[in-house]
Design a protein around this ligand. Structure first.
Ligand code: DAH
Length: 348
C-alpha cells in the first residue's frame, strides 16, 4: 500500500477513535498516538525516504492535509467535550435560591453579665476604674492583706479551695483592694475602682449556694472621704438596680477590712416597704456589705492612714439577679438552659 493510502486509512481510523472519545484526556492521548513523535503519522512519513523525488511533494502535501484535518477534528471534539463538562458542573452546582434559609440562633448576654455591665456603666460614669484580678490568688492577698491574719476566726466565714497551703481560689474580690492600693499613686488623684469577677467557696451547691459565684468589689480612697459618701454612692447603686423610688438603710455589721462595717438593705422593690414574701414582711432586703476601710488595710499597702481613708463595698450580682427577677435557685445561672436564659432579654 502506498503512503498516500496509508495516510487516508490512518485518518479514517483516527476519526473513529475521536468519535468514541469521551473525555479531553482521551483526546489528548489520541493526539499523541497519531501526531506525536512516535505517532502513527510520523512513522508513516519515515517511509518518505523510499519515495521518488517526483512523488515527494505530492505525498508531502497529502501529509499536511491529513495532519491539518486531524488537528481540526481533535480540536473540535475537545471543545465540545469541554463545553459539556462545564455544563455538567454548572448543573451539579446550581443553588436553589427559593429554598428557605436556615435560621441562625442569635445569642444574648447572660443575665449576670447584664447586671454586672449595668453596674460597671454606673461607676464608669462616676469616674471609677474597672480593675480585674486573678481568680487564683495567694492566701496572703486573699486574707492577710485585707486584715485577716492566720488563725483569724473570720476566716471560717469563707470556706476555701486551697491549691497549695499558700495558693487558693479567691473567696472574694477583696484582695483587689490591696493589689490596687499598693499600686496607686495618690499624687495623681483619688483611688476609685470597682472590680467584678468570679469567686469560689467550698460550699455544697444548693438553691442558695454555688461553689462559684460573682462579686463586685468597690473602693474609694482619698482625703476627707466620709460615711456620707458611702451612703450616697450605695443609694445611687440601689436605685440603678431596683428603681428610682428605692431607699437604703445601713445596719452595723462586722467585716475585718472595714471599721465601722455595715450591712446595706434596700427598701423592698416589690411591696415598696409594706411587707411581702420577697422582703419576708420586713420591708427591707439585704443587698451588700460595706464599710470604712480599716487603717490596717491601708498601712499594709503602704498608704498613710492618717492622711487617706475611704470606703469599700462588696456585692453579689447573683443575689441581686435572684432578688430582682424572683429566681429561686442560684444554680439556674450556671446550668445554661436556654429556656431559662432567653427570658432575660436586655431592653433597648
Ligand atoms: N468580701 C466580703 C465577702 O465576701 C464582701 C465585702 C463586705 C466586701 C464588705 C467589702 C466590704 O469590700 O466592705 O463576704
Amino acid at each position: 500500500m502506498g503512503i498516500e493510502e496509508q495516510l487516508t486509512g490512518v485518518l479514517a481510523k483516527a476519526v473513529t477513535d475521536i468519535d468514541s472519545a469521551e473525555s479531553v484526556k482521551e483526546i489528548e492521548a489520541i493526539r499523541v498516538s497519531y501526531l506525536g513523535k512516535k505517532g502513527e503519522i510520523t512513522s508513516i512519513l519515515k517511509g518518505m525516504k523510499d519515495v521518488s523525488p517526483q512523488q515527494r511533494p505530492v505525498i508531502g502535501k497529502k501529509a499536511n492535509e491529513v495532519r491539518d484535518e486531524l488537528t481540526a477534528v481533535l480540536n473540535q471534539k475537545k471543545e465540545r467535550l469541554e463545553k459539556e463538562a462545564l455544563q455538567k458542573q454548572l448543573e451539579a452546582e446550581t443553588i436553589d435560591v427559593t429554598l428557605p434559609g436556615r435560621q441562625v440562633k442569635k445569642g444574648q448576654t447572660h443575665v449576670l453579665t447584664q447586671i454586672m455591665e449595668d453596674i460597671e456603666d454606673l461607676f464608669l460614669g462616676m469616674g471609677y476604674q474597672i480593675i480585674e484580678g486573678n481568680e487564683v490568688e495567694s492566701d496572703y492577698y486573699n486574707f492577710e492583706r485585707v486584715n485577716l491574719p492566720q488563725n483569724h476566726p473570720a476566716r471560717d466565714m469563707q470556706d476555701t479551695f486551697y491549691i497549695t497551703p499558700d495558693v487558693l481560689l479567691r473567696t472574694h474580690t477583696s484582695p483587689i483592694q490591696a493589689r490596687t492600693l499598693e499600686n496607686h499613686d495618690f499624687s495623681k488623684g483619688p483611688l476609685k475602682m470597682i472590680s467584678p469577677g468570679k469567686v469560689y467557696r467550698r460550699d455544697t451547691d444548693d438553691a442558695t449556694h454555688s461553689h462559684q459565684f460573682h462579686q463586685i468589689e468597690g473602693m474609694v480612697i482619698d482625703e476627707n472621704i466620709t460615711m456620707a459618701d458611702l451612703k450616697g454612692t450605695l443609694e445611687l447603686l440601689a436605685k440603678k438596680m431596683f428603681g428610682e423610688e428605692r431607699e437604703i438603710r445601713l445596719r452595723p455589721s462586722y467585716f475585718p477590712f472595714t471599721e465601722p462595717s455595715v450591712e446595706v438593705d434596700v427598701s423592698c422593690f416589690k411591696c415598696g416597704g409594706e411587707g411581702c414574701n420577697v422582703c419576708k414582711k420586713t420591708g427591707w432586703i439585704e443587698i451588700l456589705g460595706a464599710g470604712m476601710t480599716h487603717p490596717n488595710v491601708l498601712e499594709m499597702s503602704g498608704v498613710d492612714s492618717s492622711k487617706y481613708g475611704g470606703f469599700a463595698f462588696g456585692l453579689g450580682p447573683d443575689r441581686i439577679a435572684m432578688l430582682k427577677y424572683g429566681v429561686d435557685d442560684i444554680r439556674h445561672f450556671y446550668l445554661n438552659d436556654q429556656r431559662f436564659l432567653t427570658q432575660f432579654k436586655r431592653k433597648g
